[in-house]
Design a binder for this molecule. Structure first.
Ligand code: 5GP
Length: 191
């Protein structure tokens, strides 16, 4: 069976649990490559520069945008986040698939520049559950929670532009579904 390294984008509204889902996916599919995004937001306690994100100041982020270093970038919750081309190219050159866990605007701009990318939308079981999860995280003040909730409502409206949709109601099942999607697209050319 031939396996082809591919670009996957896992996205969905803030608070849907896509970070946890992708972390479990990586434990399951250790063949996946790892890319580190850049952001202008402050590191949270425990986050390490170069591992969690490349933490850049506004000027440095701007410079790299100008140099065309980003595959995509977007404003998310008042800060800039972006995927460095160099990170994606390095991993694909190793023959490993890339799974980008990024926001909805970023996902749609990857779709525009890389039509072959596979876009996976993670959906909450319900809007109420999404709000509960967003508040339960406990790391944000009320103003940023409200901003994330408003973004989440808008982001849900893009779900039908994705190749695949997975409901994150049961984490184990959602990881299974995601692993299956990756496996089937990687081996699709040999079918
Ligand atoms: P957080 O600040 O909680 O780490 O991430 C906030 C949001 O930024 C998440 O929805 C995450 O998917 C998104 N994000 C993380 N890295 C990137 C990136 O490289 N590009 C884009 N467009 N969004 C990202």
């Amino acid at each position: 069976m031939t396996r082809e390294a591919r670009l996957f984008v896992v996205s969905g509204p803030s608070g849907v649990g896509k970070g946890t889902l992708v972390a479990l996916l990586r434990e399951r599919l250790t063949r996946l490559g790892l890319t580190v995004s850049a952001t202008t937001r402050e590191p949270r306690p425990g986050e390490v520069d170069g591992v969690s994100y490349h933490f850049l100041d506004d000027a440095e982020f701007e410079r790299r945008v100008g140099e065309g270093e980003f595959l995509e970038w977007a404003w998310v919750h008042g800060h800039r986040y972006g995927t460095l081309r160099s990170e994606v190219e390095r991993v694909l050159a190793e023959g490993r698939s890339v799974v980008l866990e990024i926001d909805v605007q970023g996902a749609l701009s990857v779709r525009a520049s890389h039509p072959e990318a596979v876009l996976v939308f993670i959906e909450p079981p319900s809007p109420e559950e999404l709000e509960r999860r967003l508040r339960g995280r406990g790391t944000e003040d009320e103003a940023s929670i409200e901003r994330r909730l408003a973004n989440a409502r808008r982001e849900m409206s893009y779900a039908d532009r994705y190749d695949v949709r997975i409901v994150n109601d049961d984490l184990d099942r959602a990881v299974d579904d995601l692993a299956h999607v990756i496996d089937s697209y990687e081996t699709r050319s040999s079918l």
